[in-house]
Design a protein around this ligand. Structure first.
Ligand SMILES: C[S@@+](CC[C@H](N)C(=O)[O-])C[C@H]1O[C@@H](n2cnc3c(N)ncnc32)[C@H](O)[C@@H]1O
Length: 237
């Protein structure tokens, strides 16, 4: 490693509201010469970039898009993670500081986790810094005025895109269950929630804090909604 190796930040930029960025993330965001932006396909605007755009000075700061297609098979994503790590290292090795922005928190169901593991193999720990962000489920609970857990209550978080196996079990065992990535499994989730008598004990939040935010508490209404990828369900006992 060169002495003047640039610093690499994993920046959580919150769930959508540009004011829900920590002061620390904002200061770093404004200071770094290079910002890495995750995009799911060429030409498609990044949700995370939409959150930070107003805070950047693109005449002075360089944005570099990194492609991570939406695929369930993690194996097929390895070349994209490796390419991203190479790009990030190329900048750092020139002594330039950079930030990889991640929507919500970088260590909560984020692509950055895969990059972080690989970066740690190549970069000393003090050249890497993670700045936490407000997670989507915490922001959604606040937006919906739907407290998550307190006292002795137990919480589970499940990414609903990966199967139906644990849904009922989690709803039985935990006081509150947060389901992420619900957009393709909403009918099944709603059937299960209603079957278990929770039809009036949930909230659905979409694009929390961003343009087009929706909060739906009624199962009938939700069945008619066209859900967006940036949506989640919080269900209580
Ligand atoms: C890959 S995970 C990223 C989680 C993110 N790192 C966080 O801290 O919340 C993507 C899922 O998070 C949830 N999500 C992210 N942003 C959201 C938002 N603004 N409103 C509602 N749900 C959101 C959705 O369930 C989405 O499918």
């Amino acid at each position: 490693m060169k002495k003047n190796h640039g610093k690499i930040y994993g920046l959580g930029v919150g769930p959508g509201d540009p004011e829900l960025i920590t002061l620390k993330a904002l200061n770093i965001l404004k200071a770094v010469p290079v910002v890495f932006i995750p995009v799911s396909s060429e030409g498609k605007e990044s949700y995370a970039f939409g959150i930070v755009e107003r805070h950047l000075d693109l005449a002075r700061q360089k944005r570099i898009n990194l492609l991570f297609p939406m695929k369930r098979d993690q194996g097929t994503l390895v070349p994209y993670w490796e390419n991203a790590v190479e790009e990030i290292l190329r900048v750092a090795e020139q002594g330039i500081d950079s930030a990889f922005i991640t929507e919500g928190d970088p260590f909560f169901y984020s692509t950055f986790i895969y990059l972080h593991a690989r970066l740690l193999e190549k970069v000393p720990e003090d050249r890497l810094e993670i700045v936490p962000g407000v997670t989507s489920f915490c922001a959604s609970a606040s937006a919906a005025m739907f407290p998550i857990v307190n006292g002795e209550a137990k919480l589970a978080v499940l990414p609903a895109a990966y199967g139906k196996d644990h849904v009922e079990d989690a709803l039985e065992k935990f006081d509150t269950v947060v389901f992420l990535k619900v957009h393709k499994s909403l009918p099944f989730l709603l059937d299960t929630i209603e079957k278990m008598g929770r039809g009036d004990k949930f909230v659905y939040v979409e694009r929390c804090g961003a343009a087009g935010e929706r909060i739906i508490r009624n199962a009938g209404e939700l069945r008619k909604a066209q859900p967006n990828y940036f949506s989640l369900l919080i269900v209580k006992k």
